[in-house]
Design a protein around this ligand. Structure first.
Ligand code: NAD
Length: 284
């Protein structure tokens, strides 16, 4: 990866826009693709707002901001990724949809274009299963918000060659992240550990003795950066529920990871958190 490298980012939602931003501020040209034109416009506005905050904190200059925004090209068509050197997917958390997207991408991109999925919890091996060149796809799992969180889990499959891992780890370091190499196991590292954290919090809420705000305050005061409910609202209840379901299924429905109805109800009610304006802790 060098200054002429073109990074494709598919999905301009909470994660895709942040990934596009850090790639652009890292000096890469970015093609940001979303099927929804409004999502693309919202993403570019959100990136500009985040960069304004960085200027206000003297972390970058207005010229840096202009240059970073100029490196991002919003596009509706997947075909615009034909010249990409590496593509990172951040669309819906559904195996068939992600697998279908990469299969289509394989007919558009060069044979040596690397593919990365930002999946929270799905099997990277299964996402790659239908590809002709399976070894080109790895997990590159960023955390929310991508411009702040240092960790990136780089997930290898049994097909992944060493040079692909090295390239993706180097890319992550180049944009200021701290990558760790992870096996393709359910929830990888962080989302596996996080399942019981959310689960116990939902259990306490169901018992009815504490509100979500009280539980969040207790955990924050105990040293956690965010309480479980504000974290669900940040991540999105839909994304959180999808991750919970897929880890539970992948671990043969072990009771420790069983999804709580309370979270499902939240999704069905459209109370997704920051993205819908309503959630466990929203509106304030
Ligand atoms: P989101 O709902 O905010 O955004 C998804 C975007 O993808 C939307 O703008 C949608 O229009 C677009 N999209 C859907 N299908 C598409 C397609 N076929 N082609 C192009 N664009 C398409 O979702 P998100 O929270 O950004 O999550 C995206 C992915 O990142 C998921 O796999 C999720 O599990 C993972 N992830 C999420 C978080 C988090 O905290 N939200 C953290 C790490 C990883």
């Amino acid at each position: 990866m060098n200054d002429g490298t073109v990074i494709g980012v598919i999905g301009a939602g909470a994660m895709g826009r942040g990934i596009a931003q850090i790639m652009a501020t890292g000096g890469y040209r970015v093609v940001l693709v979303d099927t929804n034109e409004v999502a693309l416009e919202t993403a570019l506005q959100a990136i500009a707002t985040t960069l304004d905050k960085a200027i206000a904190r003297n972390l970058m200059t207005p010229e840096d901001k202009t240059a970073a925004l100029a490196r991002i090209t919003p596009e509706l068509a997947l075909e615009s990724l034909a010249s990409a050197d590496l593509v990172i997917e951040a669309i819906v958390e559904q195996l068939e949809v992600k697998a279908g997207l990469f299969a289509r991408l394989e007919t558009i991109c060069r044979n040596n274009t690397l593919f990365c999925t930002n999946t929270s919890s799905l099997s990277v091996t299964k996402i790659a299963a239908g590809l002709v060149h399976k070894s080109r796809l790895v997990g590159m799992h960023f955390f929310n918000p991508p411009h702040i969180m240092k960790l990136v889990e780089v997930i290898e499959t049994p097909e992944t060659p060493e040079d692909v891992i090295t390239t993706v780890m180097q890319l992550a370091r180049k944009i200021g992240k701290q990558p760790i190499r992870a096996k393709d196991r359910p929830g990888f590292v962080v989302n596996r550990c996080a399942r019981p954290y959310y689960g116990e919090a939902l259990c306490i809420l169901e018992e009815g003795n504490f509100t979500a705000a009280q539980i969040d305050t207790a955990l924050r005061s105990a040293g956690y950066r965010l309480g479980p409910f504000e974290l669900i609202d940040l991540v999105g209840a839909d994304i959180n529920y999808a991750a919970t379901l897929s880890v539970w299924e992948a671990l043969e429905r072990h009771p420790r990871y069983q999804p709580f109805d309370r979270l499902k109800q939240q999704v069905e009610a459209g109370k997704l958190g920051q993205k819908s304006g309503e959630g466990f802790t929203l509106p304030k």
